[in-house]
Write a protein that binds this ligand. Structure first.
Ligand code: BES
Ligand code: MN
Ligand code: ZN
Length: 501
């Protein structure tokens, strides 16, 4: 039987950092640090806005330390005095006015690292940064300050909680930075859920999180949780074929956000929420299986995006749907070769129980027809093949709709949470042929990310649809492994574009 729900709703950190803007460069607290971004050129002619002592300190220290202001280089100054700040950190920004969003993310990482455990508040002058880079830079500052130490007895001692961005254009920037704060709050939530282990985060836990979110924003958010009996009554046998092997029952969670009073059709976001993917009877190898706790990242990114949207009060109607199940082997688990009828009426021969994401998603994609969607975007850690193709840099984007695909690609570029389009063509559909059912749930060795998308395509004919395969981007692997909170920035940018804010 499932253990009691291990709830820590009250412990979920809202934000790792709060961003502010100001036109005034003055220290408010003795422990404030001023961060000065330096162009490589600046070292030969320092900005005259810097006090003579600061200019002197930079010159001497840069010479002695061999500081050349290359991107990400940091140097604390102990004898500078600037605008009331006794602590000054100089940071190399390369060619400041040509800084790219990717470089800005690296810059943000080196700033947060250099501040380390010393300060609670930092001020960064962003004068001279390209305008398009400001938001990704600000978001990266907040995100780099994230620590997941819920299960560490010894907590992180970093105490940075606020960063103020200083620029003469502070007034114009305020609304945009408010949106960055909202995105960060949502992304943090996604990361927290993604990082939770499978013994804590299971379908009922995600339902509990959605219910708590809806209670927090009860004026704009409505939640519905379907249990397995209700799904059975709807004919969701494909979804149930995944969850039936587990002691932990599946849940289909929907959140309806009303940001617009009129009856305008909603943008529907659908997330794969496999809280742990063992592979089922087609069991995965032991090595690396622990990373399958991240297999609910699609659902977590829907929850995080909805939280961001609520904080930002976006004027748009949005529905989030989370297909939550645990994929386990057991005496009641689905066998390879089993045939099920999905909610859509189409039949599926389940040749591999490890191709479970498409099985939970197809019924969720049919279910959400009832919301009369304007467009539907689904997010799923769907295939290892997508990681092989694209690595951890970009998400795979599939859509039969060029206009929608381009909208999402543009959003990814603007937020620097990029996607790359991969083919979705009828020619691949025959790879899913089954001798006994309407389709098989796997397509052989070739084009694995595309055949998975082709499977979903068969369930999305009633509306405009795009699919993001986030298997490579939702979490990092290796030494610093953890949830990235992607694609919350892309989705938030996409929704802002649609809301015109
Ligand atoms: N959750 C996995 C995909 C995955 C693999 C995500 C590695 C992140 C890292 C998915 O359910 C899966 O197992 N897919 C199979 C499909 C195959 C059986 C057709 C895969 O990619 O191997
Ligand atoms: Mn799987
Ligand atoms: Zn999976």
């Amino acid at each position: 039987m499932p253990s009691a729900i291990h709830s820590d709703i009250d412990n979920i950190p809202n934000a790792s950092l709060h961003l502010q803007v100001t036109a005034q460069a003055t220290a408010k607290h003795p422990n404030d640090i001023l961060v000065i971004l330096l162009d490589t050129d600046a070292l030969s002619g320092l900005p005259t806005t810097l006090s003579p002592t600061t200019q002197q300190a930079i010159q001497t220290s840069a010479n002695r330390a061999g500081f050349t202001a290359k991107l990400g280089e940091t140097l604390p100054l102990y004898q500078a005095e600037q605008d009331g700040f006794e602590q000054v950190l100089i940071v190399g920004a390369g060619t400041l006015n040509q800084l790219t969003a990717g470089q800005a993310q690296k810059l943000a990482a080196s700033i947060i690292k250099a501040i380390g455990e010393r300060n609670t508040h930092a001020m960064i002058s962003i004068e001279g940064i390209p305008d398009t880079v400001i938001e990704p830079f600000a978001l990266a500052l907040a995100n780099k300050n994230y620590h997941f130490d819920l299960y560490k007895t010894k907590k992180s001692t970093a105490k940075l909680t606020q960063i103020t961005l200083q620029t003469a254009q502070a007034d114009e920037l305020q609304a945009r930075i408010n949106l960055v704060n909202a995105t960060h709050i949502g992304q943090n939530f996604t990361r927290h859920l993604g990082n939770q282990p499978g013994n804590v985060c299971f379908p009922e836990y995600l339902a509990e999180q959605a219910i708590a979110l809806a209670a927090e924003f009860s004026d704009v958010l409505k939640v519905t949780v379907l249990d397995e009996d209700q799904m059975a009554a709807l004919g969701m046998n494909s979804f149930l074929a995944v969850s039936k092997g587990s002691e932990r029952p599946g849940r289909l969670i929907t959140l309806e956000y009303t940001g617009k009073a009129d009856q305008s059709k909603p943008v529907v976001l659908v997330g794969k929420g496999v809280t742990f993917d063992t592979g089922g009877i087609s069991i995965k190898p032991a090595a690396g299986m622990e990373d399958m706790k991240f297999d609910m990242s699609g659902a977590a990114s829907v929850l995080g995006t909805i939280r961001a949207v609520c904080v930002a009060k976006l004027p748009l109607n949005i529905v989030g749907a989370l297909a939550c199940a645990e994929n386990m082997p057991s005496g009641r688990a689905t066998r390879p070769g089993d045939v099920v009828t999905s909610m859509s009426g189409q039949t599926i021969e389940i040749l591999n129980t490890d191709a479970e994401g498409r099985l939970v998603l197809c019924d969720a994609l049919t279910y959400i027809e009832r919301f009369n969607p304007e467009v539907v975007v689904d997010m799923a850690t769907l295939t290892g093949a997508c990681i092989v193709a694209l690595g951890e840099v970009v998400s795979g984007l599939f859509s039969p709709d060029d206009e929608l695909a381009n909208e999402l690609l543009a959003a990814g570029l603007a937020a620097h949470d990029r996607a790359w389009r991969l083919p979705l063509l009828e020619d691949y559909q025959e790879l899913l042929d089954s001798p006994v059912a309407d389709m098989a749930n796997i397509g052989g060795r070739f084009a694995g990310a595309t055949t998975a998308a082709c499977f979903l395509w068969r369930y999305t004919k009633q509306y405009r649809w795009a699919h993001l395969d986030i298997a490579g981007t939702a979490n990092t692997t290796g030494a610093n492994k953890g949830s990235t909170g992607r694609p919350v920035p892309l989705l938030m940018q996409f929704l802002r574009q649609r809301a015109g804010v």
